[in-house]
Design a protein around this ligand. Structure first.
Ligand code: FES
Length: 227
């Protein structure tokens, strides 16, 4: 079967443009496999012109690291777990995440998100209090890939602003649960609670299938209502 991939290209400081590739595939390949094959050899685009390798990020290729997050047909998701068979029209638009600065092509700079989590001081400074009744929820909180997909769809998140969205709330939950440090709750209110519009768009896109809404509700209960 022939698939058409429209891939967003952008050089540092340049304007974005799209390059189209025609790919023969059974449908069982992932978008990451196709990107790898286009980039690891001299490939011709749909016009028959030699294409520069596409710049994108990956790590595990198993849906575990979050590095390959990008927009695929407008939806933020992981390229390594997006299979061509999922697109029956066989036309796929591949773009970088839209809320982070583009480094080149599909690679974005997510360092601001990691800095934000550091600013919120999301770490334990003393003994951890573990409850067997909350272990599952804490474990799920720790499964966050920090891929940025939840921020990409969040109507309230803008880079370089104080609000850190679901990425903060999901990760704050287990620290709030395991620590008595009041400073985490203060950071939580400032950087999440006051701005979240409760649209819950983040809940639907998490590639790790985390119960984002539940983890946010649990974090709210501790940080805001002290339960
Ligand atoms: S490369 Fe690790 S999640 Fe896709």
């Amino acid at each position: 079967m022939e698939y058409t991939l429209d891939i967003a290209r952008q050089s540092p400081g340049g304007k974005p443009w799209r390059q189209t590739f025609l790919v023969e595939d059974s449908g069982e390949s992932s978008v990451s496999t196709i990107l790898d094959s286009i980039s690891s050899q001299v490939s011709l685009d749909a016009e028959g012109e030699p294409a520069e390798p596409v710049v994108w990020e990956c790590g595990c290729l198993q849906g575990k690291c979050g590095a390959c997050a990008m927009r695929i047909n407008g939806v933020p998701r992981l390229a390594c777990s997006a299979f061509l068979r999922e697109f029956p029209k066989r036309r796929i638009l591949v773009e970088p995440l839209g809320k982070f600065p583009v480094i080149k092509d599909l690679a974005v700079d997510r360092s601001g998100m990691f800095e934000s989590l550091k600013q919120a001081k999301l770490w334990l400074e003393g003994e951890a209090f573990n409850s067997k009744f909350r272990h599952d929820a804490c474990y799920q909180s720790a499964m966050c890939l920090m891929c940025g997909c939840c921020l990409d769809v969040c109507p309230n998140f803008m880079p370089d602003e104080e609000f850190f969205g679901a990425a903060l709330a999901v990760n704050a939950y287990r620290i709030l649960e395991q620590s008595e440090a009041k400073s985490i709750a203060l950071e939580y209110k400032k950087r999440y609670w006051h701005t979240c519009g409760k649209s819950l768009s983040c809940d639907k896109v998490c590639p790790a299938k985390l119960p984002v809404e539940e983890l946010m509700a649990r974090a709210n209960a501790i940080a805001i209502w002290g339960k």
